[in-house]
Design a protein around this ligand. Sequence first.
Ligand SMILES: Nc1ncnc2c1ncn2[C@@H]1O[C@H](COP(=O)(O)OP(=O)(O)OP(=O)(O)O)[C@@H](O)[C@H]1O
Ligand SMILES: [Mg+2]
Length: 314
Amino acid sequence: MTELITINDLKVHYPIRSGFFNRVNDYVYAVDGVDFVIEKGKTYGLVGESGSGKSTTGKAIVGLEKVTDGQIIYQGTDVTKRSNRKKIEYNKDVQMIFQDSMSSLNPKKRVLDIIAEPIRNFERLSDQEEKKKVKSLLDIVGMPEDALYKYPHEFSGGQRQRLGVARAVATNPKLIVADEPVSALDLSVQAQVLNFMKRIQQEFGLSYLFISHDLGVVKHMCDNIAIMYKGRFVEIGTREDIYNDPRHIYTKRLLSAIPRIDVENRELHKENRRRVEQEYINSQKDYYDSTGRVYDLRTLSTTHKVALKDGGAS
Ligand SMILES: Nc1ncnc2c1ncn2[C@@H]1O[C@H](COP(=O)(O)OP(=O)(O)OP(=O)(O)O)[C@@H](O)[C@H]1O
Ligand SMILES: [Mg+2]
């Protein structure tokens, strides 16, 4: 197995302060004990509803969020510590793309400077070399050369996401965390952006952690998928495990909520949705404990794990 990153029991808890003395009186358990392995060249999907902890997980992995507990091991080094990240230039190898490219690309900077910025942190290039490198990156994401001297607001949403990808691949990373990279785009543009992200993955041998609330989008991108609910994984498996053999009611509900376009099977889908909702109502206890927390993951196969009560439905 070609492991790139191993995540052990990762927790990110945000303190909630209140009162006159602004004391910490509680925590948001944004990420509450997740484990997974990212292999080289593969794509992982992280799916769940709003507030389930997806972005927090992604940000913790790239070092943008402080880890409360657990470890992130990158090629043998514990990168939960900032000093270790620096030592091995972790921030060069792991990059992030955000949903909202309008606010993640500095509006006051030209494209040349935006894309060159991460390169400048790690390499000393002459102006000529730098320009050449940025031009080649623009070419890779299908943008014309004259974009160099323009500003982010002069581009469409889809074009800006391409610029975000160009910036993310500028340092030749090993992993890109893509947080809802196409959610703000029209369907047709979504497909374009996803396709060139796939192409770039092959060219660079990248791994992706692809964050989305939409199991439909993830299906075409991801080799492995983790379903997240309230800071925990409810199910994790290969694409086939998740789409052909979902075991957790939460996964089943997400799947049955994907809009269908095939008219012939409309009745079938309706019936399936009804069945899933019935199961959801009848079998709460198999899937959630008395506090509404999901159980620990149980192993079903070498690839497939699901959070079920011992002896419960499967
Ligand atoms: N800086 C913060 N301080 C306190 N709580 C936070 C902070 N950032 C996120 N949270 C909380 O942590 C939980 C997880 O948030 P997160 O942004 O990771 O969710 P998400 O799955 O990415 O949701 P979305 O799909 O809406 O982007 C939420 O309850 C959120 O309110
Ligand atoms: Mg988010």
